[in-house]
Design a protein around this ligand. Structure first.
Ligand SMILES: Cc1cc2nc3c(=O)[nH]c(=O)nc-3n(C[C@H](O)[C@H](O)[C@H](O)COP(=O)(O)OP(=O)(O)OC[C@H]3O[C@@H](n4cnc5c(N)ncnc54)[C@H](O)[C@@H]3O)c2cc1C
Length: 590
């Protein structure tokens, strides 16, 4: 018997966390893993389990106290007292410095593989993940959860890659601001005038940065909780089992059994443009909205260009868009793009289709842009120009050839459906393996790679990867598009439900939307769906699930959807195809 103090273990680097519940009283008999207290951090609430069995003899904390790692919670009478170093499983597991990690891995890797290349190996690991974007961190976390010793290498100080730092998340935070501004303006026609908004750009930027910081800090904690070792620096392959990581001139060599490349992509630059001129922006520059230009030209009418157009228009810029193809949002059916085109044609200064930017000349007064094309306008001067013409993979920048990894001319790495490259122990995922360059594709590929490396029989064979443009209105599509069905000669039946007949859309005063579903002519199984309208990005998920589950026309039309909702429009579109719709009149088919 002896008295043992129970201390708060490492819970992932939180400084001061509040106790919201106490689960023990003096005299209680508690067992190993019984909860002692519940803590609530900014992120979540968590129970702290007891590392020992025994009888509570003293409680040293109360509800409302803010505590940190090492704070004494209570004392218990235990049968056997362990030494301080081993009293907590969490503490015991907290051996994350590189030397200890090397020891641990060396113990598992009995041979001296680390001495390869005649270079001194400083660190060894079972799995190295290169790049900490959504692909990289997901792969690292999944592999750690499956018991692998993982090192995650990232050149920047924050985790999260493009998506969290300069992509999906900051753009959506800005789009939320844009949406609020647009809705407030829209309500004028319906009896509520909020007046002219006062926009504090530092506040708008600050909100966006706060959202990004919350998520990237969260990733740091998640890595720590899983004992994933993060090494900051630029990585380059040395051979099939080694990566060299350089930070501030200091080089670390890492030996790995397996590697997952998740080094992502970066914005495409057009070499003949004045790329050093600060007024010429890429998507990363454009996410800093501390300065809104009076006039802005967006080169590229795809998803990223049109999302940023939505933001800058709402924040007061006079926006023009130029697109090389004959329609905005190439790849999406034209009937889905139409409601967006109609709305933004009224709001924006100009939309030039079938038009190419041939030259941009910096001038004191702005950037002088020349255009080419049948209906090209005369050269014009803009305060700023955003180039959003696509992204190119980083495959040619990581020394892949030294590891024998095949990379194509564009920088893409080819993989099989288990995310394996041509080199047996090296896998690749995310933007670097090809399109669609989307975060949700990267995360699912990541899990497959981590699972295959851990001995599971996983493979990446989704029926579809949905696309969403978070414009106003939003456009979302999945599965087969109508354009593609026609091109491939696939016979289909179509149901289209106009939102003008949706009570919910009318109540929102946003009835310009459309929900379209395509079914196989023979089997009536769902082939594809597209939605344009407010919240289309949320609504498309149901269609993705229906496709994955092999749902047919009747499955969708007989599934009771809540009324009045925009989700009903998916149900109604199937009824349109089936001929059972009652919310609209369609003349009988002969
Ligand atoms: C403005 C914008 C908006 C977007 N919006 C969306 C959206 O709404 N939804 C969506 O699904 N997708 C969106 N995307 C795309 C999405 O961000 C990417 O598809 C996703 O980030 C790809 O993930 P990844 O893990 O493959 O690579 P990345 O996120 O590019 O991460 C790769 C990481 O590897 C690191 N790295 C590269 N080379 C090295 C090296 N040699 N050494 C060390 N580290 C290295 C990079 O620093 C980076 O952190 C958007 C992109 C942009 C630009």
């Amino acid at each position: 018997m002896g008295i043992k103090q129970i201390k708060l273990p490492d819970i992932g680097g939180f400084d001061s966390v509040e106790i919201i519940e106490l689960h023990i009283a003096v005299g209680d008999q508690i067992n190993l893993e019984d909860p002692i207290i519940t803590l609530e951090s900014e992120k979540a609430s968590m129970d702290i389990p007891s590392p020992q069995s025994g009888t509570v003899s003293e409680i040293l904390v109360s509800v409302g106290d803010k505590i940190t790692e090492g704070s004494v919670l209570c004392s218990i009478n235990v049968d056997e007292v362990l030494s301080d170093d081993t009293n907590s499983k969490d503490h015991q597991a907290e051996i994350t410095n590189h030397d200890k990690q090397e020891d641990a891995v060396s113990a598992r890797s009995a041979d001296n593989r680390g001495e390869a290349s005649g270079m001194k190996t400083e660190i060894k690991t079972e799995l190295l993940v290169l790049g900490a974007g959504p692909g990289g961190y997901t792969a690292a976390f999944r592999a750690a959860d499956l018991g692998k010793k993982v090192i995650l290498v990232e050149r920047y100080d924050t985790l999260g890659g493009v998506c969290l730092n300069v992509g999906c998340i900051p753009s959506k935070a800005l789009l939320h601001t844009a949406q609020m501004l647009n809705e407030a303006e829209h309500m004028k026609a319906n009896g509520v005038d909020f007046g002219k908004p006062k926009i504090d750009l530092a506040g708008v930027n600050g909100f966006k940065n706060k959202v990004v910081a919350k998520l990237t800090d969260g990733l740091k904690q998640l890595a720590k909780q899983r004992k994933v070792d993060v090494i900051t620096g630029a990585g380059e392959f040395v051979d099939q089992h080694h990566l060299s990581v350089t930070k501030d001139g200091v080089e670390t060599l890492i030996y790995f059994d397996n590697c997952i490349i998740a080094a992502g992509s970066q914005p495409t630059q057009i070499p003949v443009f004045p790329n050093d001129d600060k007024r010429l922006m890429d998507s990363t520059d454009a996410l800093d909205v501390s300065n809104i230009p009076k006039t802005l030209l967006i080169v590229g009418g795809g998803i990223i260009g049109l999302e940023m157009a939505t933001v800058y228009d709402a924040l007061g810029a006079e926006v023009s868009v130029v697109e090389f193809m004959d329609s905005l949002m190439p790849g999406c059916d034209k009937d889905l793009v139409r409601p967006l085109s109609k709305r933004i044609s009224k709001k924006y200064k100009a939309i030039y289709l079938n038009t190419k930017v041939s030259d941009i000349k910096p001038q004191k007064s702005g950037l002088k842009v020349s255009f080419e094309g049948a209906k090209a306008p005369e050269p014009q001067v803009y305060d700023k120009v955003l180039v959003a013409v696509g992204r190119r993979p980083n495959g040619l920048k990581i020394g892949a050839d030294k590891a024998g990894i095949k990379v194509d001319e564009a920088g893409f790495i080819q993989v099989d459906n288990q995310m394996r490259t041509n080199v047996a122990n090296i896998f690749a995922i995310g933007d670097i393996v090809g399109g669609p360059m989307l975060a949700h594709k990267a995360t699912h590929e990541a899990k497959v790679a981590a699972e295959v490396i851990s001995g599971m029989k996983s493979c990446f064979e989704p029926k579809t990867i949905p696309s969403v443009a978070y414009t106003d209105p939003e456009i979302a599509w999945m599965g087969l598009t109508e354009t593609e069905a026609k091109k491939q000669g696939i016979e289909y039946e179509k149901g289209t439900f106009p939102w003008a007949a949706s009570g919910r859309a009318l109540g929102n005063d946003r009835d310009e939307g459309l929900t379209k579903v395509l079914f196989d002519k023979e089997t009536k199984r769902l082939l594809g769906a597209g939605i344009v309208g407010v919240n289309a990005g949320e609504l498309i998920a149901e269609a993705v699930l229906a496709l994955e589950m092999g749902a047919d026309m009747e499955d969708i039309s007989l599934t009771i959807h809540p009324h009045p909702t925009l989700s009903e429009t998916f149900n109604f579109a199937a009824e349109m195809a089936e001929g059972t719709i009652t919310d609209l009149y369609i003349p009988k088919r002969k």
